[in-house]
Design a protein around this ligand. Structure first.
Ligand SMILES: [Zn+2]
Length: 314
């Protein structure tokens, strides 16, 4: 605990020394230690107190101090506390009561996920608006870095339209573990348009663009995965479906023919997969999580419980 606090003292001191030239490091450290450890002043208040002290003591005019922000593209490791200025690109629906909001923010250098804890007690962010995020901490979630907005963070809306790195570059690789809570229509054995480059789903033999076409059979799942924090619209292709269920296109076509009904494939996939925990690795586009690899997930806690029960019974 004290170690954590000393890390925070060092981090704030570093920040202040970068911002204000010619300030005595030892003095800053001593005063911060007093504020944070001895007097247990909250971090933001300690920082503010120190800034006021420095400006007063070193005769630095307030107007001449420019706040510096970490560029989002430069955020590369977890555990760091940063200040960023960014625009809210997307807000995702949170599936957990402990999370107020989650989504994406960006600046001209990059884009990053954010998570606002309900306990942070902050007014909700609005898509398209820009903010200064002070004192947010970087963590690592499923190999993807994320900014956490907590109680000590400070959020100020800015009247500025921040340019954001174009969205087509926004394809991050991500690993998600969650329950498959829905399988949507247009899943199972579907037909696609055979016109080159189209690939649209064909209904009753008709492509919405090309009209009546010779369809190509395909097998996929369009579903919803809930990882306890948010929901993802996931797309699992034929390889993934086969990996999970042993059903490939040939088998699916056979099932449909035997029952004179294509719907049996979707019904079977629902029986086999709905409510199951999956581990999905893939790329996250603004709308979809496109699975590259998918497997059933057996939480380790389950193994441990089983082991414990075995020990008790043995
Ligand atoms: Zn088409």
């Amino acid at each position: 605990m004290l170690g954590d606090l000393m890390d925070r003292v060092d981090a704030i001191a570093k920040e202040l020394l970068e911002k204000y030239e010619g300030v005595d490091r030892k003095e800053i450290i001593e005063k911060l230690k007093k504020l944070l450890i001895e007097f247990k002043v909250p971090e933001n208040e300690a920082r503010r107190t120190m800034e006021n002290y420095i400006m007063r003591e070193y005769g630095i005019p307030r107007e001449s101090v420019r706040e510096t922000f970490t560029r989002i593209g430069d955020i590369t490791e977890a555990g760091k506390w940063v200040n960023v200025k960014a625009k809210v690109i997307q807000i995702w629906e949170s599936s957990s009561p402990s999370i107020a909001q989650t989504g994406l923010i960006g600046d001209e250098s990059g884009v990053i996920r954010f998570l606002m804890w309900t306990k942070a007690n902050k007014p909700p962010l609005v898509e398209g608006k820009s903010y200064i995020f002070r004192n947010v901490v970087v963590d690592d979630f499923g190999n993807v870095l994320r900014l956490n907005i907590n109680r000590t963070s400070e959020i100020v809306e800015v009247n500025e339209d921040i340019e954001v790195k174009p969205l087509e570059n926004l394809r991050e690789d991500i690993e998600v573990v969650g329950a498959l809570v829905a399988i949507q229509q247009n899943s199972g054995l579907i037909q696609r348009c055979s016109v080159e480059g189209c690939n649209r789903v064909v209904k009753s033999g008709k492509c919405p663009i090309h009209g009546k076409v010779r369809p190509v059979e395909d097998l996929r799942i369009k579903g919803v995965i809930d990882d306890g924090e948010r929901t993802y619209e996931v797309i699992i292709n034929e390889d993934g479906v086969k990996e999970l269920t042993g059903i490939d296109i040939e088998k699916a076509i056979k099932m449909a023919e035997e029952h004179f009904d294509r719907g049996v494939v979707l019904a079977e996939l629902k029986t086999l997969l709905l409510g199951k925990y999956l581990k999905v690795t893939g790329s996250l586009t603004p709308r979809y999580l496109i699975a590259r690899k998918v497997e059933f997930y057996r939480p380790q806690i389950r193994d441990e419980v089983d082991k414990l029960l075995a020990e008790l019974e043995g």
